[in-house]
Design a protein around this ligand. Sequence first.
Ligand code: MSP
Length: 643
Amino acid sequence: MGFRYYLTTPIYYVNDEPHLGHAYTTVAADALARYMRLRGGDVFFLTGTDEHGQKVERAAREKGERPIELADRMVDRFKALWGRLEISNDDFIRTTEDRHKRATQLFFQQIYERGDIYKGTYEGWYCTPCETFIPETQMEEGNTCPDCGRPTERLKEESYFFRMSKYQSALLNHIEKHPDFIQPVTRRNEIVSFVERGLKDLSISRTSFSWGIPVPGDPKHVMYVWVDALANYITAAGYGQDPERFARYWPANLHLIGKDILRFHAVYWPTLLMAANLQVPEKVFGHGWWTVEGRKMSKSVRNVVEPNRLMDEFGVDAFRYFLLREVPFGLDGDFSRAALIGRINGDLANDLGNLFSRVLTMVDRYQRGMLAGPKEPSGPLSSGAKEMTEEVRGLMEGLAFHRALGRIWDFIGEMNRFVDEKAPWVLARDKERKGELEGVLNALGEGLRIVALHLAAFMPGTARAMWSQLGLSGKPEESVGEDLWRWGIQQGAREIRKGGALFPRIEKEVVSVGGETPASVGEKSGPAGSAKEGGPKISIDEFARLDLRVAKVLSADSITGSKKLIKLEVDLGGERRTLLAGIAQTHKPQDLVGKKVIVVANLQPAKLMGIESQGMVLAAVADEKNIVLVVPEGDIPPGTRVK
Ligand code: MSP
């Protein structure tokens, strides 16, 4: 067995249906779990539900159910969603299970026996939606919760207390000695200043309701729901029931949570563990929150994003991809359908989907559907694949999912350029270049295998489809171990099984996520929309005077003395032209060679820096630092008219 990797999601409250936020944490954890398995790790991936406490008890009462009935119903909803999202958890814990009751009582007992729990009276405020005791000093005007802004309640009840104050310096020491314990760094700083302001003892039992785990030996008290909930992480690792398993899996490598519940995980949890003489988890990572089209997700605004609805429309993998690609993990992000559709059409349908189908079509056409591993261990594309694999490994270990995906897409871009440069359709015309053609197509096949392997962590269904269309046996997730990541490991000829497109383009009218307010995106805004911002309208005849053409970049050079300009030699379909493009701040000349661009071919020539530019390259310019070239979506010969 390889290295062991124990990672967890928060366990979700069962008072309500799962939504985008819950899916986010769980999909991120799943991508990491899958990646670690592909790397040969002995992974234990845990998720589950948090079923006790006042909040759930009240929600059940409002619905006219017993708490356990509500919990049973909601657990089915969570499990169904995780099934559909292909979440590969190894265990699903419910806090109402017997194994958890026993482990939590033992945990409480241990701390009690070590002298860090005492009985007293809690008098103060409580926020039921957050299940938090709020010290008098942090109370806001109007007695609302400083975290969620909702009304709090005054409590006065007998309670057990945990001597958290005793662990203040031990916790600060731990954080200092383990700089990776709390991440991202900004969150660690927040926690450090919170702890430095002074830790108070923590109330850890309630007597005014009964939906919880009874305190051992004093059953009129039920345990504070956060103590009960946090203990799930040790229950599932075998605490008190399976010492061998517990020794293998505890401490956890990673608790993946949202930033909202960091204090519970980075202050309460480690101090409780220290008091029970147990090890502290290696890392707690607090990711950011999603808003929806700029607003907080909330039932009253009716903008709660239901993952099932999005998956009905766009598919499971597009949704998974979007969640992890769109926003740097750790920062807040905004959800919009327009952004999701943009990612599907751009990254998935265009960059990945087109490359995949182009390559398989050529293998069909020029090699009668046969693909083999590349002959030379260091053939074309091999160093690109190797660098990508190494870098993605580091990025995944640092939980930089968006950058890992970005890096995989850089390699996809490299492969797309390779196709354009090598032009297999030209090689195919020449019998003498058969060997060269084979080398190119086999390298592309191997590159796609490596891409599929990486994508198996993020988009398991897509990776499986790629695997099988590439003629590989089994499933990518069954293939574990370091060898598989090596270029050229897959030898021997095999027959591909070309199937349908991986990601069809979305060509639809776009309405907002909640389905309430229509929101337009680029695709929808027609000429009238652009005319409003862009000046007077032109007639179709005026437009027809523009001679727009596809051109292929043959060479590109920087120009001494110019920070902005690059000199391009392009093929305009039999005609060679020199063009100057103001893209030096955003593009490297060597990256442009082989690219197809769109040029205005009938523009009056102009001299700049002593060079005559015979046309203009089209680009979308947001600002100086954000310029993207307009490129043809598919493979089309230079000189083709754009209209
Ligand atoms: N039951 C506690 C956790 C106990 S863990 C020992 C709880 N549950 S919860 O159902 O409220 O889920 C909280 C988690 O859901 C957050 O930490 C976060 O991971 C996720 N999210 C909920 N809404 C979210 C967003 N709008 N955006 C991103 N994630 C959010 O707290």
